[in-house]
Design a protein around this ligand. Structure first.
Ligand code: FES
Length: 148
């Protein structure tokens, strides 16, 4: 395949929707937090899910917890003020670190994809992601690291 044919076919794939959903969802700025460790797990203020834009308070779909005490980051998705999911960002295929793309997680190694609840949506991975219980309080959420 020559260069011109490659570019033409690649553009057709992008325009036909192959990459557009991934690119548009991944344009959202990812917000990283370290949280505070305690005996239960990691505590994160709910305010980490909000930000100001043009004097409006907007809500982030997800945040990523990165902490020196964690081997992998944790993706925390907000469904509502009282419902969240917390997922270990380690691919269940061969252990690569996952990338967040909006409401999905993508593996850069072999292309596995997972939903915001940790279910496999595209292989080669066959097992769902490790998930953590979340304790929701008025001002904070706690990712419970004692189990799962
Ligand atoms: S390590 Fe993630 S798909 Fe292979």
């Amino acid at each position: 395949m020559n260069r011109r044919t490659f570019i033409k076919q690649t553009c057709i794939t992008c325009v036909s929707g192959g990459l557009i959903p991934f690119l548009t969802t991944s344009c959202q700025a990812t917000h990283y937090v370290s949280g505070v460790m305690d005996a239960t797990g990691i505590i994160v203020p709910k305010s980490e899910f909000t930000y100001l834009k043009k004097e409006q308070t907007l809500t982030r779909q997800y945040i990523i917890i990165q902490n020196d005490k964690l081997e992998f980051p944790i993706y925390v998705y907000r469904f509502s003020d009282t419902e969240y999911s917390a997922l270990w960002m380690k691919c269940t295929h061969q252990g690569a670190e996952l990338q967040a793309a909006g409401d999905a997680l993508h593996c850069p190694s072999h292309g596995s994809e997972f939903t915001n609840k940790g279910a496999v949506s595209n292989g080669p991975a066959e097992k769902n992601l490790r998930s953590f219980s979340i304790i929701v309080q008025t001002e904070t959420i706690t990712i419970d690291l004692r189990q799962s």
